[in-house]
Write a protein that binds this ligand. Structure first.
Ligand code: DSN
Length: 427
């Protein structure tokens, strides 16, 4: 009998056997991660347990709807998966409810707009060029295209959020939503003034903790949960889970958020990723994760000190979190060149505008650095001193191939001492 369906034997072959081309690309990327220093603050390295959940048979299941109220049969197992993930996330953050279905951080944020605003309504967010996020009002994002944006910023003198400006803009524009959070703001956000501004004008207060979530979970960054109506986050940054998003909040908002996520924005939730979020939350509930979060911050501070000592300028003078913005003007290198030079030596960063940057975003005056991934590998304060030196040496010798080669060798040696996925490279 002839059939076009691959045999069981064919379907059960490993990736290496069935698609050597894709397998080789994955191995190359794993090798890049293994032998370089990953310093993009929004990246991290997940555990084998998280990877296993993501690569599981749960990817096969459609489960539109909510646990117990699905539009598909056969959901009794994935219902338990989703309930487990939500319950663990609520325990971790102390939230009344958690919707773990959003596919990403932007979709989590979009759900909040869908739930509480109508197109054309006014909201406030930290400007992207001052440390905010694309979905907090950038003109090229849905948030800036479909809603009226009132952006607040940081103070030029100290790089800290201008809370007086937040209050006065809220009074003037009476937004329906006020967003706190960002992707390049390194200091502790004071959540209370946002709550007060929102109360004064009857706005919803949303905290986007995508960057800080792991630190909040680990007790190393003040939680917004008691202040905000809604908290959104990604799950793959400091929280060290799968690439995804979620929304948490007060009971009163559960229905509106659930409806906005499905059917408002998404169809079938990714059940394999939701299982991985459950694994992530279990890991983050352990005492080890508290230690991890504290070490991430200690490492960031040590790195900032090491760079400052060598003459680089850290925006706001330091960090209270996992990230920092480094102004490269003192070494006469743009963010673009800085990113390229560091790439050459195996240090992965991203160029970033600094507040009040004279350069356009494609060039930038700074780079953004973070310690979550290096800390996951087991690196500590002593290693951060070396990393600061590597970064400085590379930037200060951007034109010298010989010097860059020496730094690249040192980067590889350091990374070899902290194995990551080495077992995967010998498969
Ligand atoms: N683009 C992410 C970051 O790198 O911070 C945020 O979505």
């Amino acid at each position: 009998m002839s059939t076009t369906t691959p045999s069981y034997e064919a379907r059960s072959r490993s990736l290496k056997q069935s698609d050597p081309e894709v397998f080789a690309l994955i191995q190359r990327e794993t090798e890049r991660q293994e032998y370089g220093l990953e310093m993009i603050p929004s990246e991290n390295f997940v555990s084998e347990a998280v990877l296993e959940a993501m690569g599981s048979t749960l990817t096969n299941k459609y489960a539109e709807g909510q646990p117990g109220k699905r539009y598909y049969g056969g959901c009794h197992v994935v219902d338990e998966v989703e309930n487990l993930a939500s319950a663990r996330v609520c325990e971790l953050f102390g939230a009344d409810f958690a919707n773990v279905q959003p596919h990403s951080g932007v979709q989590a944020n979009q759900a909040v707009f869908e739930a509480f605003l109508k197109p054309g309504d006014t909201f406030m967010g930290l400007r992207l060029d001052q440390g905010g996020h694309l979905s907090h009002g950038s003109p090229v994002n849905f948030s800036g295209m479909h809603y009226k944006v009132v952006g607040y910023g940081v103070k030029e003198a100290d790089g800290l959020i201008d809370y007086d400006q937040v209050r006065s803009l809220a009074r003037e524009h009476k937004p329906k939503l006020i967003i706190a959070g960002g992707s390049a703001y390194s200091r502790q956000i004071d959540w209370k003034p946002f709550r007060e501004a929102a109360d004064e004008v009857g706005a919803i207060f949303m905290a986007d903790i995508a960057h800080y979530a792991g630190l909040v979970a680990g007790g190393s960054y003040v939680s917004p949960v008691q202040f905000a109506d809604i908290v959104t986050t990604t799950t793959h940054k400091t929280l060290r889970g799968p690439r995804s998003g979620m929304v948490m909040g007060r009971e009163a908002h559960r229905k509106a958020i659930n409806k906005a996520v499905f059917p408002g924005l998404q169809g079938g939730p990714h059940m394999h990723t939701i299982a991985a979020k459950a694994v992530m939350a279990r890991e983050a509930l352990t005492p080890d994760f508290k230690t991890y979060a504290a070490q991430v911050v200690a490492n960031a501070r040590a790195l900032a000190e090491g760079l400052t000592k060598r003459g680089l300028k850290i925006v706001s003078g330091g960090t209270d979190s996992h990230l920092m913005l480094v102004d490269l003007r003192p070494v006469g290198v743009s963010g673009k060149i800085g990113e390229e030079v560091l790439d050459k030596v195996g240090i992965t960063v991203n160029k970033n505008t600094v507040p009040f940057d004279p350069q356009p975003p494609s060039v930038c005056s700074g780079i953004r650095l973070g310690t979550p991934a290096l800390t996951t590998r087991g690196m500590g304060v002593a290693e951060m001193a070396h990393v600061a030196e590597f970064i400085y040496e590379a930037l200060a010798n951007a034109q010298s191939e010989a010097k860059l080669k020496t730094v690249a060798d040192n980067v590889r040696e350091l990374s070899k001492k902290f194995p990551l996925y080495r077992h995967r490279l010998t498969r």
